[in-house]
Design a binder for this molecule. Sequence first.
Ligand SMILES: Nc1ncnc2c1ncn2[C@@H]1O[C@H](COP(=O)(O)OP(=O)(O)OP(=O)(O)O)[C@@H](O)[C@H]1O
Ligand SMILES: [Mg+2]
Length: 290
Amino acid sequence: MKVLSGITATERTRVPGSSGRLRPGGIRVVMAGKGGVGKTTITALLAHLFSRQGLQVLAVDGDPQQNLAVTLGVPPKNVEQIVPVSKSVDYLREKTGAGPGISPGGLLTLNPDVSDVIDRFSIPVADNLRLLVMGGVRMAGAGCLCPEYTLLAAILRHVPRLPEQVILLDTPAGLEHFGRAVADGFETALIVTDPSYNALSVARESVLLAQQMGIKNRILVVNRSGTKGDIGKVQEMCGKERLFTQVIYLPANPEVVRNEPGVTQLMGQQSQFINEVRNLRDVILRTEIS
Ligand SMILES: Nc1ncnc2c1ncn2[C@@H]1O[C@H](COP(=O)(O)OP(=O)(O)OP(=O)(O)O)[C@@H](O)[C@H]1O
Ligand SMILES: [Mg+2]
């Protein structure tokens, strides 16, 4: 495993730009929420913000749609060359003993050693920032014992133990996708929603799952919101029972759409949106430093 700066999250390290030190184990964040609410946009912005602060960041794309790379600003010709882990037939075979064209039978290795996965598959995106693309799973879902799922679940169990100081896991639409594998070592869930009834309902379901999984910090991010009406609705549907440890509102911003699919242009702009995303980064940092 290459540690880019020689710093590891297993020792307490001073967080650049802050007076505190990072807890051993680093910052492990999993995204959840309804489709289209802004999970990938927020993952990419946080990845750049943390890495520009000098922390070693690994962004993990757990969504079969694989759009985190372009959102992070990886040029299209480089995106085309990315081989997602689950599509690497040789690796799949080597690690699980099974793969496309081979009947898994009783030969599937259920707990494969994936300690080399970051070296083999992650790509550099910017200073201090790498990306790992997991790829799709043929039969995603609880109880799926296909080789791809076995491999991806093993990677998720391994990822929290990596030396990177910040790990951000983008997911397709929720914590259900990889089941309990995400709970191992991920201490923060960012549950992203918009102020619509349907998205808030999904947020409620996701936070209950996160709570059951023992995820300690459950931050509700209400994207494209901020009016009094929005706040009232959020309090009504999600404000009770201490389900969420924190609520952050991000306003709608036409610049996000104007610049999509990439977010790097947004970083240099002065806007309430980007200020609130910085605030979100600081909220996450504050829970992880002492
Ligand atoms: N605050 C915002 N203001 C305006 N547009 C936004 C904002 N946040 C996200 N968007 C836009 O909303 C769209 C959906 O965002 P994004 O892809 O990040 O959602 P997602 O939750 O990852 O979706 P999926 O579940 O399909 O992966 C994108 O076009 C993005 O540019
Ligand atoms: Mg997405």
